[in-house]
Design a protein around this ligand. Structure first.
Ligand SMILES: [Zn+2]
Length: 140
């Protein structure tokens, strides 16, 4: 027959590289078998993890050079804990990109089309101007 009980523990940590301070909450599952052997399983958010004294890394910089404080240390020293995350100044609505309507931008006519149509038009207008306005004046 196995004897099982669980306890909750909060471990404060400090990164020795970037000095970030944080706290991890654990559930410790204590198992005792028929022979009196005791085993502890550490859980964080319901997932088995390494005990806090091994394999802990800094959530801010990823360094493994981390120290821990006695339980409840941060409650007595709140100035050590990291400042809460800043509140955003404005809420930006999130919408799928397919729902965003872009303003219609018309492509300008290609330069070749403008030249192909413009040059004969200017030549025709110039010829007509010469024929009806300037030619009668110069032939007197
Ligand atoms: Zn760090």
């Amino acid at each position: 027959m196995q004897d099982v009980f669980e306890s909750r523990e909060s471990w404060p940590f400090e990164c020795l590289r970037c000095l970030y301070v944080w706290e991890e909450d654990y559930v410790v599952r204590h198992l005792t078998d028929d022979h009196g052997n005791e085993v502890e399983t550490w859980l964080a958010s319901g997932v088995p993890v390494q005990p806090p004294w091994s394999g802990m890394s800094c959530p801010a910089c990823g360094a493994f050079h981390v120290t821990s404080f006695p339980a409840g240390y941060l409650a007595r020293h709140p100035e050590l804990a990291a400042a809460p995350d800043p509140v955003p100044l404005a809420r930006v609505p999130v919408m799928p990109i397919k729902d965003i309507e872009l303003p219609v931008v018309r492509q300008p006519l290609p330069r070749r089309v403008m030249i192909a149509l413009g040059v004969p038009l200017i030549a025709f207008a110039g010829y007509e101007l010469y024929r009806y306005v300037l030619s009668p004046i110069t032939h007197h």
